[in-house]
Write a protein that binds this ligand. Sequence first.
Ligand code: F6R
Length: 259
Amino acid sequence: MEVVITTTVEDAGRVVADVVTQALHGGARVLGLATGSSPLAAYRELARRHREEGLSFAGVRAFLLDEYVGLPASHPQSYARVIRTELVDAVDLDPAGVHGPAGDAADVLAEARRYDEALRAAGPVDLQVLGIGVNGHLGFNEPGSSLASRTRVKTLTARTRQDNARFFTGADAVPRHVITQGLGTITEARHLVLTASGEHKAAAVAAAVEGPVTASCPASVLQLHPRVTVVVDEAAASGLAQAEHYRDVLAHKIAGQGY
Ligand code: F6R
């Protein structure tokens, strides 16, 4: 696992954008996309590189991590709509090649299985962008999720509904259920890049990177993956016991080492 600690959120966004850019230049054709606040700086930077430097996503397909049950893709807070606004419309990603679970499917259990199979058929995902919940969730795999889980319907914790209340009229308006890629599904991607910022994420980042591998911190499953890049600002890195070593590694990288 490579841990990159940056001074600001914008710097973290540039590093994540570098990882995505390298993947695209290296021939990546399937991207995994997270929504929420964490990847926004990276998506803004990718949009800038597309506008000003000709970075192209042509021919790339993208798969979302998760979706709220009950929200149609037209709902302003559906992740299908959010990713459209935050990234797809700002670059040359073909909207027809951007996939997510249908939160308004009549049979959401079957929809979760269908999505998992679609991912398997299209995959493996070359690069998966990830955020992390304050409680260590990855995708919407809340604490207690099997580390081997596949895409399925999950129930959000009260904490996550509270955290996401800012996108709705309040916590009660946040859907209770989601369809989320499982931890086993997510870790099939070739390369995982997780980004977090702010002190409220520090404990979760420390548990995921340096704590025991446990379903109690779903993001700790990253430790089992051979290629992970964690990009955090100083506040989110403030709980890391080995922070000095990560900085040292970065300062003395040899050509080709790391992301
Ligand atoms: C979003 C997702 C979630 C978020 C996490 C952090 O697609 O899967 O795991 O990455 O809840 O959310 P933010 O970035 O809003 O703090």
